[in-house]
Design a protein around this ligand. Structure first.
Ligand code: ADP
Length: 312
């Protein structure tokens, strides 16, 4: 099984014990990592663009170190990868400053030729997000929608999570118009209540379920932080899957990304949606008890090997 993750990975800088530490992260990239770490038998592809500079090459090495396939990770001759720095104030509150407005990932669609676009139809699933949409050059969006349409026609399932980042959009309406287009193409939608609250003012999962009822998903998966995940199947049947909330939360960055990667991996491995949610929630719950978007590999692999046969 092949799963493609479309988006942007950036270099991450943060102070740790007075030293500047470098890492790499980005929403769909994080999902690609967690899918591969949890389901090594699946092939995880990161579909994006980087530069040809040393920092981009480090990112490429990091990606390969996670056993992610880089066949569709293009190297732009002049552009660079985006960068962000995490600042933590005296109260432990984190803030982020980004340098990504001219990143290589924006130009993905002009680097992806017809023959590679045809090869992408071999994917069983591709995941993209609101961040992927916001990052792509505006003039390339039609080409992007055409690509998704072609993949869908060829049988590739399309996954979508809004992952709304207000700073990347001109305004709410701009984002909402594109998200609604994305919901039209998505087979599996994995939105969070928080995004719907910010964009549409919805306060309950029920409001999201009715709003999304006109779209035809194979599966709708609604995340709601530490509260139960809601599933809606293709017939409109609604169910809730609960899990134990984590009390000692260290860093919630990438909870939803880890959830998405593990959910899709489990789904493609043939697990029932309820079991996919349980596994995804367990992994996301683990990730938020550790610092950083991509947690230490060794401890994560202990988690994966600890899965009981009843969860597998
Ligand atoms: P996002 O990162 O997209 O905002 P959420 O905050 O909804 O996503 O979290 C995604 C998933 O991470 C949840 O569905 C849940 O499985 C897990 N999660 C988040 N917060 C907690 C928590 N406090 N305890 C346990 N699991 C959590």
């Amino acid at each position: 099984m092949r799963v493609g993750f479309i988006g942007e990975c950036m270099a991450e800088l943060k102070q740790v014990d007075g030293l500047l530490q470098e890492g790499f992260a980005g929403d769909t990239f994080n999902s690609a990592v967690y899918l591969k770490r949890t389901f090594p038998a699946l092939e995880s592809y990161f579909i994006s663009a980087i530069g040809s500079d040393p920092l981009s090459k480090e990112m490429l090495e990091f990606t390969r170190g996670e056993s992610i396939n880089t066949r569709f990770l293009y190297a732009h001759p002049d552009k660079h990868i985006g960068l962000y720095k995490i600042y933590t104030d005296a109260c432990g509150e984190r803030s982020f400053t980004y340098w990504r407005n001219d990143s290589a990932a924006k130009g993905l669609m002009s680097l992806l030729n017809e023959s590679d676009a045809a090869s992408l139809t071999a994917m069983d699933m591709v995941l993209f997000s609101g961040i992927s949409l916001a990052v792509l050059n505006r003039e390339d969006l039609n080409k992007f929608w055409r690509l998704l349409g072609k993949l869908k026609d060829s049988g590739t399932q399309i996954g979508f999570d809004m992952n709304h980042r207000p700073a990347l959009w001109k305004g709410r309406n701009d984002a909402k118009a594109l998200y609604e287009k994305a919901f039209e193409v998505a087979d599996i939608a994995l939105p969070g209540l928080e995004d719907f609250n910010f964009l549409y003012g919805f306060e309950s999962v029920e409001e999201i379920v009715s709003f999304l009822a006109p779209f035809s998903f194979k599966l709708l998966v609604i995340k709601n932080g530490s509260r139960a995940v809601t599933l809606v199947d293709a017939e409109g049947e609604v169910s809730e899957v609960g899990f134990t909330p984590v009390k000692n939360v260290v860093d919630t960055t990438s909870a939803g990304d880890a959830f998405n990667g593990v959910f899709l991996g489990a789904y493609l491995s043939g697990e029932k949606p309820e079991s996919c949610v349980k596994k995804a929630a367990q992994c996301a719950g683990f990730v938020i008890q550790h610092p950083g978007a991509i947690v230490d590999k060794a401890s994560y692999s202990d988690l994966v090997s600890s899965f009981s046969p009843s969860l597998a």
